[in-house]
Design a protein around this ligand. Structure first.
Ligand code: SAM
Length: 218
């Protein structure tokens, strides 16, 4: 299989982050070189974010893996991702979850929504639905979600996302502008919310009605 040795080397380099075996197996299976622009193929298996055009990035593999572990993904879940970008994170989530379950992934930039959809098709993932819109509103038509993964940094967690999370659901989201933290938010059976700080991160901004407004610079 193409780039298999590079993928194995990448997976070994991720062990220092204490990533679970099920997530490492998923990273080993997904062809990251199919999710980057052709000029970046030589860098595809370096544990680094890479430019995908339009001032956006495909996240570093260790960050994708950590977020998947924080989400505690399993078979048969209803999952929402905000920030499809290249489609790579959705592909890794699909590998962990298997064919049962749904993944909806929202991207606000049309060219990237098409890029993500084409990459997923090339790589053989047909069960991810990419939608082009402002994901800071969530996706009420397919709610509630067992898991919500936000891959862009918000000023604070958008309320619609919390509302669209199922009881016992998990939402993972970076918050902040220059100084960003990754949070894991859990909703219990009574609807109570707990918020856990998972550490410092660097993401592009979540731009939208419940995100940063690039026009007024907030
Ligand atoms: N998950 C992606 C991947 O696997 O390649 C990486 C995502 S990139 C770090 C963040 C993405 O979020 C960008 O493509 C950006 O256009 C998108 N984004 C920012 N604000 C958004 C919003 N309100 N709704 C949907 N997508 C948004």
């Amino acid at each position: 299989m193409e780039y298999e040795r590079e993928r194995k080397r990448l997976v070994n380099s991720l062990r220092e982050y204490n990533i679970s075996e099920k997530t490492l197996n998923a990273i080993k299976k997904v062809s990251r070189h199919l999710f980057v622009p052709s000029v970046q193929i030589a860098n595809a298996y370096i544990d680094h974010p890479l430019p995908i055009g339009y001032a956006q990035t495909i996240s570093a593999p260790h960050m994708v893996a950590m977020m998947c572990d924080f989400l505690d993904l399993r078979e048969g879940l209803n999952v929402l991702e905000i920030g499809a970008g290249s489609g790579y994170n959705a592909a890794v989530m699909t590998e962990i979850m298997g064919k049962k379950g749904n993944i909806y992934s929202i991207e606000r930039l049309e060219k990237l929504a098409v890029f993500a959809q084409e990459n997923l098709k090339k790589a053989g993932y047909s069960n991810v639905e990419i939608l082009c819109k402002d994901g800071s509103h969530g996706l009420p038509e397919h709610a509630p979600y067992d898991r919500i993964c936000v891959t862009a940094s918000a000023p604070c967690t958008p309320l619609p996302l919390v509302e669209q999370l199922k009881p016992e659901g998990i939402l993972v989201i970076p918050e902040g502008k220059r100084y960003q933290r990754l949070y894991r938010i859990r909703k219990d059976m009574e609807g109570n919310i707990t918020k856990e700080d998972c550490g410092g991160v660097i993401f592009v901004p979540l731009v939208g009605d419940h995100g940063f407004n690039m026009l007024c610079g907030n």
